[in-house]
Design a binder for this molecule. Sequence first.
Ligand code: PMP
Ligand code: GLN
Length: 383
Amino acid sequence: LNRRLAAFGTTIFAEMSALAARTGSINLGQGFPDTDGPEEIREAAVRALREGRGNQYPPGPGVPELRTAIADHQLRRYGMAFDPDTEVLVTAGATEAIAASLLALLEPGDEVIALEPYYDSYAACVAMAGGVRVPVTLRPHEGRYVLDLDELRAAVTDRTRLILLNTPHNPTGTVVTREELAAVAALAVERDLLVVTDEVYEHLVFDDATHVPIATLPGMRERTVTIGSAGKTFSFTGWKVGWITAPPELTAAVRSAKQFLTYVSSGPFQYAVAEALRLPDSYFEGLRADLSAKRDLLSDGLAEAGFEVFRPAGTYFVTTDIRPFGESDGFAFCRALPERCGVVAIPNAVFYDDREQGAPFVRFAFCKKESVLQEAVSRLKGL
Ligand code: PMP
Ligand code: GLN
């Protein structure tokens, strides 16, 4: 293994899911739903497969039906018009979209500003692309993780090439506000930076939080690559269908990298996701209502169990502070948790450059059946 990758070891999600399987614990670590997405969409995949749509290499940029559905979704949701032929690219999950964007857009030595704690693939992909990551840390303030705009501004140098955003934010559950985004946008325009924005949790926002794609802000459409995923929006994480929307030059650049990573993405599932994106608003509202209730169940339960809880405005993760238990090492806490009470969680420290900063924080996923969450809470109350 080369030096660029050696530092990253095995992803925490694989490690913790293996721990859950080995110990028979409730897995609130890796974020995947324990209920599959809509039956009619699964049927659409079966139909495509039976009818021989997509069983051989589909077109590199994605099947036209899906590219059109993605463009229509961006228009219907956010009022943004994208040309399905030149401004949409289907990828093998958001993971490939992140990798291909960074591989396509970075020169060796370019600096990338990423919100910290950051999703683990960002660091690895910046490294694979020969870039240098520059974290800007979200800090807890009055129960919410906030972006310090002065710190962000101070992080930009002459070597900065792009800002890698993520909202709704994994693992903190923060939804970056329109005001915060406007400041990021102003900075990007002023310093002529690209923005790659991971919006895979775009539909998972609660209460009065709204998801604002930064590409909708003035001056941003031409410099932004926006990433989405059917894994999160439709509860099909195993299908690995993701996408980007971006202006033609950026889309073409990312496509150049994608060609040599996977060439194309899985065929029949693309047709099914095209149908999913056309589901009525009631589907998206139902998903949100379901997850919002689960967020409450788990957040309240964790608080009752003694954790300090950062109630998330978005995503299906809740970050907690374990210091009320007199503990401050999230790694040790998560490694011991299966033995102590049969639950698996993720230590947020893995999402920090300076692991000390993230040490007391632990993330739990709530995209699980209500009965599973209830059982997890009752176990955690025994801590
Ligand atoms: N970005 C973030 C912030 C995520 O949480 C995930 C899913 N774990 C991904 C990207 C990857 O998405 P996909 O499964 O579509 O590759
Ligand atoms: N995105 C999911 C999470 O944050 C896991 C995805 C993965 O296993 N890479 O838990």
